[in-house]
Design a protein around this ligand. Structure first.
Ligand code: ATP
Length: 193
């Protein structure tokens, strides 16, 4: 997958709609302390479905919405649009929007989808909110200090097989409920004899 563009509106310090074009090759973001470099990386993670307050450096879900300054009122919503090209060359547009009091909603190519669908789309493409391709401050030290099981999770993300664990859990839960239904059916049939 090739991430081509990021559009932010009301997300953290990006109060005005801002567009970041990501050209082929290595992209570096430079600027003075506190100008919003890490917020950009967090926007990519967030649109991919990240909710962990630690990853987002926030206390609650709504903390990603522009909180206002001495001269600007807070915003009611935050929106991030990620434009990409999938491995088949097809355009992909993923939108995540959060409104105060109303939670998050996702759209992929104009259709409403669940958070899980977005996370699986990125996990299958060997990218996603926990992708090793997104290198934030302190990440290198974290990789070096990681326990073997954590390092395995990083490798699984990189290999694009992280989504398989989610699918396996779903399939196991379906299997368990089908087994219960079968047992119930057998009981009912035994009652008919
Ligand atoms: P450094 O180089 O110091 O790591 P940085 O360029 O990575 O800095 P960020 O950490 O991305 O900067 O941005 C921090 C800025 O974002 C702070 O000024 C903070 O006040 C602002 N900020 C974060 N969340 C919000 C929010 N919800 N509303 C308004 N501003 C926010």
């Amino acid at each position: 997958m090739l991430i081509k563009q990021l559009r932010l509106s009301g997300f953290k310090s990006f109060v005005e709609p801002s567009t970041l074009r990501i050209e082929p090759g290595l992209t570096g973001v430079v600027g003075p302390n506190g100008c919003g470099k890490s917020n950009l990386l967090e926007a990519i993670r967030w649109v991919m479905g990240e909710n962990s307050p630690k990853s987002m450096r926030s206390g609650g879900m709504e903390d990603v919405i522009f909180a206002g300054t001495a001269t600007r009122p807070p915003r009611d919503f935050a929106e991030v649009v990620l434009s990409a090209q999938d491995d088949n060359g097809e355009d992909l547009e993923v939108v995540r929007r959060i409104e105060r009091g109303a939670g998050s909603a996702y759209r992929v190519n104009g259709s409403d989808v669940r958070a899980k669908d977005v996370a699986l789309t990125f996990a299958d493409a060997a990218t996603g909110a926990h992708s090793p391709a997104l290198v934030s401050q302190g990440k290198i030290a974290q990789v070096i200090a990681a326990k073997p099981v954590e390092r395995r999770m990083m490798l699984e993300e990189a290999a694009g097989i992280a989504g398989l664990h989610v699918r396996r859990r779903d399939a196991e839960s379906k299997l368990r409920s089908t087994e219960k239904n079968l047992e119930r059916l057998e009981d009912l049939m035994a009652g008919l004899d």
